[in-house]
Design a protein around this ligand. Structure first.
Ligand code: PLP
Length: 387
């Protein structure tokens, strides 16, 4: 008997990422300024690249331990302690992963049983809900609003909690809104997690890129270490997206569960990238600081310019995204982004790809050169004048 489809129902029902679809359109056009991609415009520091080259010259081309080079886990442990005041054992509470992406995947698969609910706060990074579904769970959305700087309240969270709720995914500084949660915000969310006995997957991949206030890790909040799965990596702060290197820190029991999945599904993260990351943590922090300052300058310019054009946005505390409202134009997010691309050759991401509550907004990344940002502002201005 012929099957109607070989594909899994779950996968068939997943929608492809809205970001990709848009960028395929932009890729075929010349002279486009892209404010779309979520990655640093810096090349990885030379000493970091050199460390990878050296590891190859020395012939380190085999697998590492499943959890990653112990040397790297020790550096991660020291780094997390020094920078964020959290303490994880390099031996059994840290796994080096293939990007924060894989860390998210193994974290969800380690904790979700079929039908378990995981709360996703939207607008959100595009992978969260699909990864929950792929792990067999149900993604429950909580929408946030521009009026509240896209922060979730305790009450909003509580309304979404049911007997099946297992975890909340938190992202600060946030993609796509740039919102950073302060200590008080985190304490509020922590109270909810404790009250309902929930885990929190805290995606702290943009921790290095905070501009106005000191970044606070959720795991550093009283009583949260034992219920936090802390996800981070080298892609953003260290400008290493292509190296595919992240890590996850969690209490031993959860780490060992994640390690089972990691060892069967991945074996280990790329060896040369791990050697590069050791160097990044030992000697690359000054470069991170320089990059942070540069993003901050660009953020200030870009946020100011968008507000002047009437595209209102709050000042994002971290990451490298601005999420202005385009409601005043009367266009939908998709119409705005499509027309801006076709008429002015500026690529931005329509806000609705990050969830329903992103409608009426666009995401712009300011990880572009100052010249490109200035040129894009000129183009957005002429686009708005014509509307
Ligand atoms: N988490 C967030 C919030 C992101 O924005 C991204 C990348 O855009 C990732 C995770 C994935 O990062 P990585 O390159 O480490 O897989």
């Amino acid at each position: 008997m012929k099957k109607t489809s070989y594909l899994s129902k779950t996968v068939e029902e997943l929608k492809p990422s809205g970001i990709r679809r848009f960028f395929d359109l932009a890729a075929g056009m010349e002279g486009v300024i892209s404010l779309g991609v979520g990655e640093p415009d810096f090349v990885t520091s030379w000493s970091v690249r050199e460390a990878a080259i050296l590891s190859l010259e020395q012939g380190y081309t085999s697998y590492t331990a499943n959890a990653g080079l112990l040397e790297l886990r020790e550096e991660i442990s020291a780094y997390m302690g020094q920078s964020f005041g959290v303490s994880y054992s390099p031996k059994n509470e840290i796994i080096v992963t293939v990007g924060a992406s894989q860390a998210l995947d193994i974290a969800l698969r380690a904790i979700v049983d079929p039908g378990d609910e995981v709360i996703v706060i939207e607008p959100s990074f595009v992978s969260y809900a699909p990864l929950v579904v792929l792990a067999g769970g149900k993604a429950v959305t909580v929408n946030t609003k521009k009026e509240n700087d896209f922060k979730v309240s305790k009450e909003e969270l509580e309304q979404a909690i049911t007997a099946r709720t297992k975890a909340i995914i938190l992202c600060s500084p946030n993609n796509p809104t740039g919102t950073m949660l302060g200590r008080e915000d985190l304490i509020g969310i922590a109270e909810v997690a404790k009250k309902y006995d929930l885990l929190i997957l805290s995606d702290e991949i943009y921790a290095e890129l905070s501009y106005d206030e000191q970044f606070v890790s959720l795991a550093a909040i009283d009583g949260m270490r034992e219920r936090t799965i802390l996800i981070s990596g080298f892609s953003k702060g260290f400008a290493m997206t292509g190296w595919r290197l992240g890590f996850v820190c969690a209490p031993e029991e959860i780490t060992q569960a994640m390690l089972k999945i990691h060892q069967y599904a991945m074996m280990c993260a790329p060896t040369m990238a791990q050697f590069a990351a050791v160097e990044a943590l030992r000697n690359g922090r000054d470069d991170v600081e320089e990059m942070r300052k540069s993003y901050r300058r660009r953020r200030n310019y870009f946020v100011h310019s968008l507000n002047e054009l009437g595209l209102e946005c709050h000042t994002p505390g971290g990451a490298f995204y601005v999420f202005p409202s385009i409601k005043s134009t009367g266009l939908t997010s998709l119409q705005f982004a499509e027309r801006l691309l076709l008429e002015e050759k500026v690529a931005v991401v329509p806000g609705d790809v990050f969830g329903e509550s992103g409608e009426g907004h666009i995401r712009c990344s300011y990880a572009s050169s100052m010249e490109q940002l200035q040129e894009s502002i000129k183009r957005i201005k002429s686009f708005l004048e014509r509307l």
